[in-house]
Design a protein around this ligand. Structure first.
Ligand code: ZN
Length: 218
C-alpha cells in the first residue's frame, strides 16, 4: 500500500476489467513519470467518454454523430443486417473485410440469471428496421415513441452473429423465432467452425471470415 493520490489511482485502475493489482500498480507508476501533456490528453479522453459517447439511433452502435459512420455510408448494403451483441463485435467483423452490409447492436445477450430479457436488449429497434411493424405486443409497448425511424431500405437478410456461447445461442434462437414472422426474410447464423463457448471477440479473422461466408440459413 502506498499513501495518498498514488494509491487512489491504483485502487481506481484495479477496478477496471482485465486490470489486476499488479498491472494497476505498473500503470500508476508509469503515469507518475509521463509528460504532463500526456496526462492532460488522458484526462480529456476520460472526460470525453463520460460526456460525448452516444449511440447510433439506427443500429445502436457507439457513434460520434446521431447516425453512425456505417449507417450513413450509402456504399453499404442496407438490405443485410448483421446482429451482434456488443459494439466491439463490429470491429472484429469489419477486420475480416468480408461483410459490406450494416449492423445492429443488441447491447448484450439474453441471460435469465442476470435478469436480462428481450426488453433489456435493442430488439424492438431491430424489428422496426426490418419491417416497421412490431409482431411482439410486449416489445411494442416498451418501445419509446421517440425511437421511431425514418424509412430504411428493405431488409432481405438478417445474420445472427451473437457469441457462440450459451447466452449467445439462446439469443440467436429467440431472434430466429421472432423473425420468422417476417415473410421473405432470410435469417442466417454464423457457420460452424466457431469455437463453442467462446466470445466473438476472440475468434481469429480467418475462422470468422469463413463462418460469415458459409453462414447457414435457419
Ligand atoms: Zn448505426
Amino acid at each position: 500500500m502506498f499513501e495518498g493520490p498514488l494509491q487512489d489511482l491504483i485502487d481506481e485502475l484495479s477496478r477496471l476489467p482485465g486490470v489486476g493489482p499488479k498491472s494497476a500498480q505498473r500503470i500508476a507508476f508509469h503515469l507518475l513519470n509521463v509528460d504532463p501533456s500526456d496526462i492532460t490528453r488522458l484526462q480529456e479522453a476520460l472526460g470525453g467518454v463520460r460526456d460525448g459517447v452516444q449511440f447510433c439511433r439506427i443500429c445502436c452502435n457507439i457513434s460520434r454523430e446521431e447516425v453512425c459512420r456505417i449507417c450513413s455510408d450509402s456504399g453499404r448494403d442496407g438490405g443485410t443486417i448483421c446482429v451482434v451483441e456488443e459494439p466491439k463485435d463490429i470491429q472484429v467483423i469489419e477486420r475480416t473485410g468480408e461483410f459490406s452490409g450494416r449492423y445492429h447492436v443488441l447491447g448484450g445477450a439474453l441471460d435469465p440469471l442476470a435478469n436480462i430479457g428481450p426488453r433489456e436488449l435493442n430488439i424492438s429497434t431491430l424489428l422496426q428496421r426490418i419491417g416497421g411493424v412490431l409482431p411482439d405486443r410486449e416489445l411494442a409497448d416498451s418501445t419509446p415513441e421517440n425511437k421511431l425511424f425514418d424509412a430504411t431500405p428493405t431488409v432481405r437478410e438478417v445474420i445472427l452473429a451473437t457469441d457462440p456461447n450459451t447466452e449467445g445461442e439462446a439469443t440467436a434462437a429467440y431472434l430466429g423465432r421472432l423473425l420468422k414472422d417476417f415473410p421473405d426474410l432470410v435469417i442466417s447464423r454464423l457457420a460452424s467452425g466457431m469455437p463453442l463457448g467462446g466470445d466473438l471477440e476472440f475468434v481469429d479473422e480467418l475462422t470468422l471470415s469463413r463462418a460469415l461466408s458459409g453462414r447457414l440459413q435457419i
